[in-house]
Design a protein around this ligand. Structure first.
Ligand SMILES: N[C@@H](CCC(=O)N[C@@H](CS(=O)(=O)O)C(=O)NCC(=O)O)C(=O)O
Length: 231
């Protein structure tokens, strides 16, 4: 091997901690990205109990994430990165060979657009429905609820499902010809839909077929158990 190529296994990968909630839809996005990049062994998960409101405690907000959400990535030098898109971009760039966030300017633009659209039109909409029009994380955490707003966002998410069904009738993945961060974000949305028992409409056959394919990916299938200590 020529001297100017550093074998992957000698690149100094950082050790990382992720403040996490193992079954959460947004944490699932980062867990899937970690597995797709084969980085699981570099990460320790620290659970933050959402149902006890630990993510809204002043200490967490002051020292880990001003937005009071999960996941949060903490590097061994103390750097903190919140926001699933940002964490995924960081993880994807670590080996110098991005596979999830785009290899060319055009791919990067399309993937970012479709991932953001999946947040706005699907995942975040279901999250608002969960927090405002269901018991959510419980009365001690959901200190303000607006059921009408939550129901409007639920209806928006159903429209989003139809939109992504239309996209997936024309191409194999959410942002085009390759699996990307945009697919992971839609997967997060459908994970949340299952949690709130919001079914994908029967006529959204392309979305359903795509999701069935996605659920066969080891990164998706094993996303929750990856943090359990090896037995
Ligand atoms: N924009 C943020 C949103 C993160 C988010 O909402 N995370 C959820 C975690 S989970 O519900 O998916 O498990 C959360 O912290 N929810 C707690 C709350 O909103 O009070 C991101 O992309 O990381």
């Amino acid at each position: 091997m020529s001297s100017d190529i550093t074998p992957f296994d000698v690149i100094k990968l950082p050790r990382m901690k992720i403040y996490d909630f193992p079954t959460g839809p947004y944490p699932a996005r980062v867990r899937i990205a970690l597995a797709e990049k084969n980085l699981q062994s570099r990460v320790r998960f620290e659970m933050v109990d959402l149902y006890k409101g630990e993510h809204k405690k002043p200490a967490f907000i002051a020292t880990k994430n001003y937005s009071g959400t999960l996941p949060v990535l903490e590097l061994d030098d103390g750097t903190l990165i919140a926001e699933c898109t940002a964490i995924t971009e960081y993880l994807d760039a670590l080996d110098g060979a991005p596979t999830l966030t785009g290899r060319t300017p055009r791919e990067k633009g399309l993937i970012h657009m479709m991932s953001k659209r999946a947040e706005l039109e699907l995942l975040d909409a279901i999250s608002v429905y969960f927090h405002h029009a269901t018991p959510g994380l419980g009365p001690d955490v959901e200190i303000y609820q607006n059921a009408e707003w939550g129901l409007r966002q639920r209806d928006k998410a159903v429209r989003g499902m139809h939109y992504f069904d239309g996209v997936l009738r024309t191409q194999p993945f959410v942002a085009g010809e390759i699996f990307s961060m945009a697919d992971i974000t839609v997967i997060g949305g459908l994970i949340f839909a299952e949690i709130v028992k919001l079914p994908v409409p029967a006529e959204c056959e392309a979305l359903q077929a795509w999701y069935a394919r996605m659920q066969e990916r080891p990164s998706v299938k094993n996303r929750v158990t990856m943090s359990e200590p090896a037995t």
